[in-house]
Write a protein that binds this ligand. Sequence first.
Ligand code: FES
Ligand SMILES: [Fe+2]
Length: 315
Amino acid sequence: MDGLTTYPRGWFVVCFSSDLPREGVLSLEYFGQHLVAFRGQDGTARVLEGYCAHMGASLSQGKVIGDDIECPFHAWRFCGSGECVHIPYSPKIPPRARQRAFTVVERNGVVLVWHDELGRAPDFEIPDIPEVGSAEWLPWQVSQYTIKTHPREIVDNLADKAHFPRVHKTEIDEFGFEVDGVRATQRVKGRAALANGGVDNFASRTTYPGPGYLLMRMDGVLSNYMLLAHTPVGENLLHLRMGVMLKIVGSQAQTEGYVSLYLDNLKKGFEDDMKIWEKKIYRDPPLLCEGDGPIGHLRRWYKQFYLRPTEGAST
Ligand code: FES
Ligand SMILES: [Fe+2]
């Protein structure tokens, strides 16, 4: 994209917390780069550039020693801030022996990195979900997809009011959309067709606290949170991670009985979107009519995450 960064700046999910046990190592490909995630014995998740500064081995084949990662090739060790802290056969560590390190936060059951092509520091946060870990809610049920599309297609969905009845069998009675700095929020009241032939009258609030991660709170037959995070692998390929957390109604066993049904329903909704995303092109500007949602408003909000500072991006 002319004059814009290739990837948006912001927080992006690189794994579920449960994917990275203590002393675990994960090979990652995001933002067109090879990365490595590891969790030290102290329980903290860290993410570094994946190819070793020495001779280029993949640190993802290495192992965790204490809170550091050791390269599989010549056993150089790197700490979470990227510095080489130990070379077994050399008393001197070259000053440039360091890996690029990402700022990492772990929140609401996922590990996120801050990505900014221009190296600007984080200037907003991912909010906590207070109900995570509560005895009144079930833990996240998760799933993950690899999709051949651009992140802007996932984000467009937030304002695309007219696709709900067609793609999701959902009638929209009220639709609101507002932006506030880096946050964009959609509020919907509607009626969803249930698999058993019934109708679920629901109200939902969906917020992007930045470009790569949405949280939806929905109250209807059941109360739930849905987390939907997309992270660019390359320019037209991304990982989409979904988590659903239900409030326990009646007994825990009864609610657990609903979970897989409910998750299947939500997954099917996104799978229907995915079929469209993988085959479509991006019209900019699109040809809109009355009854379409505020797609132009959403796209203006989303563009801020690609702007270079000289073009007025927040710093
Ligand atoms: S390539 Fe990593 S220590 Fe040599
Ligand atoms: Fe959709």
